[in-house]
Design a binder for this molecule. Structure first.
Ligand code: 5GP
Length: 174
């Protein structure tokens, strides 16, 4: 597998991140307590970190980890929780931050998991959306970009743990 063409430039990502952070700051301006940015390891760390730097309301960070892909490019469809929440989210405003939504299986699994803790609100912010691959519908409140059905890497997204540090999103080519 090789790094293919640039799909979204680093500049375009940063512009969109600032816009999303503006929308989030406006929507949560009356929140009584800090919002919990719940990022899904490891892919969404770059996105959640950049986003948080432009959000103007108080935020807390928490992280969960799941496995669904293994080291290949096709979802196994089987989602497993590898690392649970460390904060008590009951009664809190939780914003889940995802790198990419493909089939929707991972996100709907995590949504149900967090809902069981009875947060005051739970919304989803995703950088990349592959709509045509969706199996389970997921309620996206904040979306960076719709992308075609290709396997992408960069800006947190990996192939076999590589390419996460790239500033742009690239297509991976055989
Ligand atoms: P879903 O459960 O929606 O099918 O897949 C979600 C997870 O699969 C993402 O969080 C991500 O880890 C992985 N994934 C889906 N599509 C891609 C892709 O194009 N590139 C990479 N690197 N990971 C992907």
């Amino acid at each position: 597998m090789n790094l293919g063409r640039e799909l979204i430039s680093g500049d375009a990502i940063q512009r969109r991140v600032r816009e999303l952070a503006g929308d989030i700051s406006r929507d949560y301006r009356n929140a009584e307590r800090p919002i919990i940015l719940l990022s899904v390891l490891k892919g969404s760390v770059c996105f959640a970190t950049d986003l948080s730097r432009h959000i103007t309301v108080p935020v807390n960070f928490d992280y969960v980890a799941v496995s669904s892909y293994g080291s290949g490019t096709e979802s196994s469809g089987h989602v497993q929780l590898l690392k649970d929440l460390t904060m008590d989210v009951t009664g809190r405003d939780v914003l889940m931050v995802e790198d990419i939504i493909d089939t929707g299986l991972t996100t709907s699994f995590l949504f149900e998991h967090v809902q069981r803790h009875r947060p005051a609100s739970l919304k989803l912010c995703v950088l990349l959306n592959k709509e045509e691959r969706r199996i389970t519908p997921v309620p996206i409140s904040y979306k960076g970009f719709d992308i075609p059905n290709a396997f992408v890497v960069g800006y947190g997204l990996d192939y076999d743990e590589l390419y996460r540090n790239l500033t742009a999103v690239h297509v991976l080519e055989p």
